[in-house]
Design a protein around this ligand. Structure first.
Ligand SMILES: NC(=O)c1ccc[n+]([C@@H]2O[C@H](COP(=O)([O-])OP(=O)(O)OC[C@H]3O[C@@H](n4cnc5c(N)ncnc54)[C@H](O)[C@@H]3O)[C@@H](O)[C@H]2O)c1
Length: 315
């Protein structure tokens, strides 16, 4: 694991990608961060730009890329509904053409390739918590389909390249993750509530707030992704990575109000179409195969995230 590798991180200027770059550079690897800066920003990797083991390249993964790599973390894709619905055709292209291009690169270089898949492949699930063997319930023509179906097709491509070309693949199904460098205005629940609370604006809850979510702190998630990448070859996934502790959206809002000491008020709005009512990972497989369990409590993780947004807003 600690041998020096040449590692490509697509979407490396994004929220998760930039934390992966940080950790890999820390471990002494050579990291190439590739991003078209659609939702990510070079500011997230600014502190790495002068590092001798780090390189940034502006590139859109829907076009082929010819570089050398031992490992590829394929993180490129807008991840929040506001961003992925902005240009749904481009979102599907990023997932599908991006996967084809990165798998082609892995095939040529014999690199191990990890796909950032998502709990959204389960759609609005009928079983709870979600296990990897569950095939999901996704609306193929709804407004979220560009993302959900794009990610499902990417998983298909990963497994077909694995069966047909014997590629070393790793598919992570990532559940709600939060932490510093989340986008402040992308409508994701944690960042939304924190920004609203810090600005003393009303906190918007869609529905009555009884829908549940589980929240994984970014450091825990990055640890899980790196363990998966370096796991035994037969561990391909799909493997759930997330924090199984559940909270209602109302509880989350209340905790954020308590930590920030905000004078905000909660307002309720109608639920958006196809919004899942419950989402919680079953992480038995990750515990067994990777010996991985998230450790950060919601209270501690929120404190760190709130501190980041306080700095961002004051800048
Ligand atoms: N954050 C989560 O909770 C979560 C949950 C499930 C899955 N994921 C997946 O993890 C990955 C990273 O998510 P994130 O939260 O860091 O999102 P993000 O939007 O912060 O990061 C995505 C990055 O990909 C880049 N990108 C988008 N389209 C691209 C393209 N065509 N070519 C090159 N770069 C492109 C963006 O500019 C951005 O830097 C995504 O694939 C997402 O689907 C994230």
């Amino acid at each position: 694991m600690h041998l020096k590798n040449r590692i490509l991180v697509t979407g490396g200027c994004g929220f998760l990608g930039s934390h992966i770059c940080d950790e890999l550079v820390n471990q002494g690897h050579e990291v190439l961060c590739v991003d078209n800066c659609f939702t990510g920003t070079k500011r997230h990797v600014r502190h790495l730009l002068e590092h001798p083991n780090f390189e940034f390249m502006r590139h859109d993964v829907t076009f082929p890329l010819y570089i050398e790599a031992d490992q590829i973390y394929n993180m490129a894709c807008p991840a929040s509904p506001i961003h992925y619905q902005y240009d749904p055709v481009q979102t599907t292209k990023t997932s599908v053409h991006g996967a084809i291009n990165m798998l082609g690169l892995a095939k040529r270089t014999r690199a191990t390739i990890l796909q950032a898949s998502t709990s959204e492949v389960y759609g609005d699930p009928e079983i709870h918590p979600q296990v990897e063997s569950y095939w999901g319930r996704v609306n193929p023509i709804g407004p979220r389909a560009c993302y959900d179906e794009g990610k499902r097709c990417a998983e298909t491509l990963f497994f077909d390249y694995h069966r047909q070309h014997h590629l070393k693949i790793k598919v992570a199904r990532i559940f709600n993750t939060y932490g510093p460098r989340m986008h402040p205005n992308d409508g994701r629940v944690v960042s939304n509530f924190i920004v609203q609370a810090l600005k003393n604006q009303p906190i918007t809850i869609y529905g009555d707030g009884s829908q549940t979510r589980s929240f994984c702190y970014v450091d825990d998630l990055v640890e899980g992704l790196i363990l998966l990448m370096n796991s035994k070859e037969e561990v391909t996934g799909p493997i759930n990575l997330g924090n199984p502790t559940e909270f209602t959206i109302l509880e989350l809002a209340q905790r954020i109000i308590d930590i920030t000491g905000s004078r905000t008020q909660i307002v309720n709005k109608p639920l958006p179409q196809d919004d899942p009512k419950q989402r919680k990972p079953d992480i038995n497989l990750a515990q067994k195969e990777l010996n991985w369990t998230p450790h950060m409590s919601l209270a501690e993780g929120l404190k760190k995230t709130i501190a980041y947004f306080e700095r961002l807003i004051s800048e």
